[in-house]
Design a protein around this ligand. Sequence first.
Ligand code: NAD
Length: 259
Amino acid sequence: MISVAVMGALGKMGRETLKAVSLDDELELIGGVDPKAKDMEVIDIGGKEINIYPSRNMLDKNLPAVIVDFTRADVATKNIFWALEKGIHAVVGTTAISEEDVVRIKDEASKGRANVIIAPNFAIGAILMMKFAEVASKYFSQCEIIELHHRGKLDAPSGTAILTAKRVEKNLLKNENDRFSVAIEGSRGGNIGAVRIHSVRLDGLVAHQEVIFGSTGQTLSIRHDTIDRSCFMPGVVIAVKKVGETPGLTIGLDNVLGI
Ligand code: NAD
């Protein structure tokens, strides 16, 4: 059995992770951490009482083998360093961790005390969308990405949109510079190289992304829709089971699955 604690346990993704971990026969859910639990909250997960602590230090008496983190970028970075120091593996879904922090995490994880997986998207469909977009990018000269998320999402553009743009941008055929004027600032979105990214935030959405390629007389759209947060859970569970065997820092579920 692999013992697991969930950081951000009372958030949207944290609650989903508590359920997924508790349902897996090879995993043992030992608790969660979330400052929303004022002293300590006991919640029912699948008929079992699980303690949610307001501070990670309260896990000290019963340390897990793995933490799963769905918090905020600044919090996640601190949680990863705490976990590595204690020899605990970390599976991190939290997005918008800065590139400087990723470098620091990589250095720390390379010391061999424990391993880290950071995956900005745990949905297999999203991993395939990025893979297919990377393949298509070799045959097109233009690409724009529209990512659409619920209004509670703190970062824009999404980590998945940034990663997709980076993977596509390096392959795009040479393109003449765009010529346009904008009447309203931001109308053409933000850009990574030649790839433009547009972020939509609306109630009613979960997580969606469309990658649109253009060339003379044709377009190609590759779209992924998340309609329920449960779609992320098979990827989270796989990462929890594999993190002990993936030395150092691994970025992206594709690298965990070998896609
Ligand atoms: P949320 O706001 O619902 O949950 C975040 C939780 O973290 C909150 O309950 C908050 O109280 C808690 N938190 C804050 N400080 C903390 C601390 N010091 N220790 C422990 N918990 C703390 O957000 P969410 O929708 O669950 O998303 C969380 C993160 O996961 C975001 O970065 C989001 O972009 C990312 N996300 C990733 C994936 C993926 O597949 N990798 C999918 C969806 C969301």
